[in-house]
Design a protein around this ligand. Structure first.
Ligand SMILES: O=C(O)CCC(=O)C(=O)O
Ligand SMILES: [Fe+2]
Length: 310
């Protein structure tokens, strides 16, 4: 029968095994067994790439963010209810009928009237007016009762998610030949301080021809019912097809999907993957308005993960 090891031998094994575990075994295991992927959807998400020296979003800048400041809501003109239709799970894309009542949409159009200035584009460094890329006017909306109710609706729609900050709302007006070429709403800046997690593209006025919101990398869903909200091949007119010189636009609906501007309705999509990188499927444009006027409303939600104390 094998004899039991001596007590002193067991103690010396233990003394040797602790540094072996710390300096050899544990680092090896970390290489072999992957760490769980950190996800924006984890309640305690903090990006490993977070740059602690980065300034982050300026959450006190109320020309940029709409802080939750406890002002009581008065939502008298809100719609009786809205209907939601799932277009895509990954990325999440939802179509919302009656997100705004006619009364709310008209009110926002009226209050924006004397505030418009030419829209700008941002290339990561500078902001400038570039009518080739973006031809429209935009108006920063006052945070009146209607806007505050809408902020609240946008937060509720997204499950009152923590670390989410609603950007101040802008109305955007396109007259004939107004457009916004293909772009992303996200910038890939999560690790540097926050990025646009989601977009609501709301149509406030749509007395126009053309002006659809195009996603060239998305596929037409199967159901014919979608033709209420999306341009469908058999109903596309010549006028809608002629987006103009320099546009990456096929003359058929092979070119992804295009939402018709319909007053009060909205398209909602998530811009960021669970790991914080941007979905390339969200590449989109506002096709040129060929006649009349379209007014849109952007509701962007920023996400800034809580800072990790290293
Ligand atoms: O007006 C549209 O259809 C899209 C606008 C847009 O993409 C934007 O303002 O970022
Ligand atoms: Fe956009």
């Amino acid at each position: 029968m094998a004899s039991m090891p001596k007590f002193s031998t067991v103690i010396s094994w233990l003394i040797y095994s602790v540094p072996i575990y710390i300096f050899v075994l544990n680092p090896l295991l970390q290489q072999v067994v992957p760490k769980p992927v950190s996800s924006l959807w984890d309640a305690n998400y903090a990006s490993d790439d977070w740059d602690d020296s980065a300034p982050g979003l300026n959450l006190t800048d109320d020309s940029f963010i709409s802080p939750e400041d406890g002002v009581p809501l008065n939502c008298a003109g809100e719609p009786a209810g809205y209907k939601v239709h799932l277009l895509s799970r990954t990325p999440l894309i939802l179509y919302i009928e009656n997100f705004l009542s006619d009364e709310e949409a008209d009110h926002l159009v009226d209050t924006s009237l004397n505030k418009y200035t030419p829209s700008i584009v941002y290339d990561g460094f500078t902001e400038r007016v570039d009518p080739n890329k973006r031809l429209s006017d935009r108006a920063l909306l006052d945070r009146d009762d209607t806007v505050r109710c809408l902020e609240d609706r946008a937060r509720a729609f997204q499950g009152w998610r923590p670390h989410l900050y609603i950007e101040r709302m802008w109305a955007q007006r396109y007259n004939a030949s107004g457009h916004y070429r293909h772009h992303y709403d996200w910038t890939g800046s999560l690790a540097r301080g926050g990025d646009r997690l989601s977009t609501f593209m709301v149509y406030l006025a749509a007395d126009c021809e053309g002006g659809g919101t195009n996603f060239p990398r998305l596929q037409m869903p199967a159901g014919k019912q979608w033709c209420r909200f999306l341009e469908c091949e058999d109903e596309q007119s010549e006028a809608e097809g002629g987006a103009g010189e320099g546009w990456d636009r096929a003359t058929s609906k092979k070119d992804g999907i295009t939402f018709k501007p319909i007053k009060g309705n909205a398209v909602f999509w998530e811009n960021l993957r669970p790991d914080g990188t941007g979905y390339t499927e969200t590449w989109h444009a506002a096709y040129p308005v060929t006649s009349g006027t379209k007014v849109g409303l952007n509701i962007w939600s920023w996400y800034q993960p809580p800072k990790r104390r290293r």
